[in-house]
Write a protein that binds this ligand. Structure first.
Ligand SMILES: Nc1cnc(-c2cc(N)nc3[nH]ccc23)cn1
Length: 286
């Protein structure tokens, strides 16, 4: 279920950092199509040699993304296995991870953030309709394909990256580190259900509207675990309707979390109210 890419068709360029048990580089792949050689810019995600036992989960995560195609899901071109290297070849998304982008550019508007939130909700709705749980929704896994430029009246465009190696294999410390993105029930079961993505969506909304700041970033793993044991909530945003949506998504009882359709409906009404307030009073909702 994967396109196998020959190692000699790959070119490595600069390293771009690392994920859980992986390191990533910019690169390119060449392929022949109707006798013409094409070179495509790609992202090369290499599984650390000392985590070879995770290769199945590594490729499982990618194959989830290549079984289905959607405009807001990252495209996986295929895999390449060469000696002890397991390589996933993904589309290269120009502006990289959303959390870093938000931290750098403090000037994105409320409507920009709502637009990005709605695109993520649409991607989740698509996955929900296919009964596919992602399991690692967070701003770091949202890639910005287009910045959006208000003066040119064009909007941002995001792509949801693959979930990476499943938490069942990542160990307890990584799971604790993913609080508050990982749904509370996952800490016991390490099973990912559709409702888990709703919880993570709430946490990602919080990130987007806090300019990429990681929620609970100052807490150590024990304090993070206590955050769940005390049924705590993230600090409320000033915009109450948005804060309410985050609370709905981050309900400790999975069955009480809203459907994706309800999330999209609520985002649409926030978009409308933001538009009306902005164009009526020239200020943003508080
Ligand atoms: N599928 C992907 C994933 N990450 C990127 C990316 C782009 C960029 N400009 N800086 C980066 N720094 C780290 C990753 C990255 C691109 N495509």
């Amino acid at each position: 279920q994967f396109h196998m890419i020959k190692h000699e068709d790959l070119t490595w360029r600069e390293s771009l950092g690392q994920g859980s048990f992986t390191h990533i580089s910019r690169g390119s792949k060449t392929d022949q199509r109707d006798g013409v050689t094409h070179s495509t810019e790609v992202l090369l995600k290499v599984l650390d040699a000392n985590h070879k036992n995770c290769w199945e989960s590594f490729f499982e995560a990618a194959s989830l993304m290549s079984q289905i195609s959607h405009k807001h899901l990252l495209l996986v071109y295929g895999i390449s296995v060469h000696k002890s290297k397991n390589i996933m070849v993904q589309e290269f998304v120009k502006h990289g991870a959303l959390d870093l982008y938000l931290k750098r550019s403090m000037s994105v508007s409320v409507s920009w953030k709502l637009d990005v939130a709605k695109q993520l909700a649409c991607a989740l709705n698509f996955l929900e309709e296919k009964n596919i749980a992602h399991g690692n929704i967070c701003a770091k896994n949202l890639l910005l394909a287009r910045e959006g430029d208000p003066s040119a009246d064009n909007s941002p465009f995001i792509k949801l990256s693959d979930p990476g190696i499943s938490m069942a294999l990542l160990g307890k410390d990584v799971v604790l580190d993913r609080i508050p993105w990982v749904a509370p029930e996952v800490l016991d079961t390490l099973e990912i259900e559709l409702e888990c993505d709703k919880w993570s969506f709430g946490s990602t909304l919080w990130e987007i509207f806090n300019n990429g700041e990681a929620p609970l970033q100052g807490l150590d793993p024990i304090q993070k675990q206590q955050f769940y044991e005390h049924f705590s909530n993230l600090p409320a945003l000033e915009w109450t309707e948005l804060a309410d949506l985050i609370i709905q998504c981050m309900q400790y009882q999975p069955e009480l979390r809203p459907s994706c359709r309800s999330i999209i409906r609520q985002l649409n009404s926030l978009i409308t109210s933001d538009y009306e307030i902005l164009h009526a009073t020239g200020t943003h909702p508080k």
